[in-house]
Design a protein around this ligand. Structure first.
Ligand code: ADP
Ligand code: CDP
Length: 215
């Protein structure tokens, strides 16, 4: 069966850029599972579902049809045939996604979709629970980290009009929710290699992952 590379870590650690670079270099597909949780959250907000009520989220999470592309050169995501690649990066979705992702029914549904897409492999998959839950048998598991300061600086450089300080607070809040939730919290998988990218350039991180894949 084909290679699966599992890439987990907190926000801004470099998962998307590294995963896409590795997939491109090896001619593999690429799956952004965070985009699927964001797409679910976008749909819940649009439907006016009360996000303070996990029962309401659980009751509705089977309704949207979330379709993810797997081309590392043009990541695509649609909800009920609407292209949501832009809207899922907006602040309202980012501010609510960890609450929606904490609901076990949401996770069960999206993990099932992710496993269908992974299929026989040949793919780099990024998220929070890929090495622990979605694909514990992945041949290569990477846990990317970087200091909170470095992660916030990277993110604020991407998003116009957000200061590093505001960014760091928002990211810290989301990281705490993601690592303390009951259902499949962010944690390092058995057999994962931890890569601290604080003092590394993107191309160095990609090269290091390619070296681990070749081992
Ligand atoms: P994640 O998917 O973990 O949230 P991203 O891949 O979106 O992280 O990275 C956030 C930003 O940081 C991007 O603009 C990316 O180019 C930049 N970046 C990623 N890795 C590095 C690195 N090692 N050094 C410098 N910048 C990086
Ligand atoms: O890009 P960033 O790292 O900031 O976030 P993302 O990868 O787009 O993920 C958004 C959110 O989805 C995370 O903060 C988690 O709450 C959730 N998520 C998850 O629970 N499990 C995954 N496998 C991927 C994302």
């Amino acid at each position: 069966t084909g290679l699966v590379v599992a890439m987990d870590g907190p926000s801004g650690s470099g998962k998307s850029s590294v995963s896409r670079g590795v997939a491109r270099a090896l001619g593999l597909r690429y799956l952004d599972t965070g985009a699927m949780y964001r797409a679910m959250t976008w749909w819940m907000l649009r439907q006016g579902v009360d996000l303070a009520d996990p029962g309401a989220i659980a009751a509705r999470c089977g309704e949207p049809l979330i379709v993810s592309g797997t081309d590392p050169d043009s990541p695509a995501i649609h909800v009920d045939e609407v292209d949501v690649a832009g809207p899922i990066r907006e602040a309202d979705v980012t501010g609510s996604v960890s609450v929606v992702a904490a609901v076990p029914e949401v996770r069960a549904r999206l993990v099932a979709r992710q496993r269908e897409i992974i299929g026989a492999g040949g793919i780099v998959v990024e998220g929070r629970d890929i090495g622990t839950v979605v694909c514990p048998g992945a041949a290569v598991k990477i846990y990317l980290t970087a200091s909170a300061e470095a992660r916030a600086l990277r993110r604020s450089a991407e998003l116009a009009g957000s200061t590093a300080r505001a960014q760091q607070e928002a990211m810290a809040r989301r990281d705490t929710l993601d690592s303390t939730r009951k259902a499949d919290p962010l944690s390092m998988a058995d057999g994962a290699v931890e890569l601290d990218t604080t003092a590394m350039r993107l191309d160095e991180v990609i090269a290091e992952v390619l070296r681990l894949v070749a081992e």
